[in-house]
Design a protein around this ligand. Structure first.
Ligand code: TMP
Length: 242
């Protein structure tokens, strides 16, 4: 069976990733009703990962050192790969993941100033260097992200805290300079890996971003299915539909 397709969404807090990943999942379900995509997020997405998420995002973890934070992000990711992502890909499924190692490179490498090298090295050691087939990076202009979007993310988290007591506010207490470094690191990654990353820039509407996402996913799916069917030709298997 050909390997499934691994798609990640990336961007600063409040960039609209969560809305877009849900719309993308809806589009995929309509297009391939038989192949329900697996939707997950990091940190989180497994029972252990949810506990790591609660620990790392809680504002009571204020004393967490940058290296401890880096290690927790990778502990979460190694678990998600072992428990969820790799088995799903092995079964030929489409996996949509809200954040992956680019987030660690942007936030811990850039934001916390640990640099890219330890992040890439840990990814190689702990994640067997698993790479997404496609990464959609939502990068509205930094000034818009710092103002409007972060404010929206903050008020969303305040509402969540009121409703279910979850405290996910630790990152939102960071200063603008932290987000500026993360934004710049994201751009640097996109320029370094243009084949994997589709950079969606500019002050676009939700519909415009969705259109761009569909365009990128459709062309990646086409290439993937062509590869799968040429592999199947060689092995004599019947190609998967869609
Ligand atoms: P979320 O709100 O998009 O679910 O992300 C939770 C926060 O965790 C967000 O502020 C970014 C941060 N984060 C990192 O700092 N490093 C990482 O590796 C990941 C996955 C998230």
């Amino acid at each position: 069976m050909p390997r499934g397709l691994f798609i990640t969404l990336e961007g600063l807090d409040g960039s609209g990733k969560t809305t877009q990943i849900k719309r993308l999942a809806g589009w995929l379900k309509k297009r391939f009703p038989a192949e329900e995509p697996i939707l997950t997020r990091q940190p989180g997405g497994t029972p252990t990962g949810d506990r790591i998420r609660a620990l790392v995002l809680d504002s009571r973890s204020a004393g967490l050192s940058p290296l401890a934070e880096l290690a927790l992000m990778f502990a979460d990711r190694a678990q998600a790969i072992a428990e969820l992502i790799q088995p799903a890909l092995d079964q030929g499924k489409i996996v949509l993941c809200d954040r992956f190692t680019d987030s660690t490179e942007a936030y811990q490498g850039g934001g916390r100033q640990l640099g890219s090298a330890p992040v890439l090295e840990l990814h190689r050691l702990l994640c067997a260097n698993l790479q997404p087939d496609l990464t959609l990076l939502l990068l509205p202009p930094l000034e818009a992200s710092l103002g409007r979007n972060l404010a929206r993310a903050r008020s969303r988290n305040e509402r969540a805290a009121e409703q279910n007591g979850a405290d996910e506010g630790r990152f939102e207490q960071e200063q603008d300079a932290f987000y500026r470094r993360a934004w710049e690191k994201y751009r640097e990654i996109a320029l370094r890996e243009p084949d994997r990353i589709t950079l969606i820039e500019g002050d676009l509407t939700i519909d415009q971003v969705h259109e761009k996402i569909i365009e990128a996913v459709a062309s990646r799916l086409l290439a993937h299915n062509q590869t799968a069917s040429s592999l199947d030709d060689r092995t004599g298997n019947v190609p998967a539909s869609g």
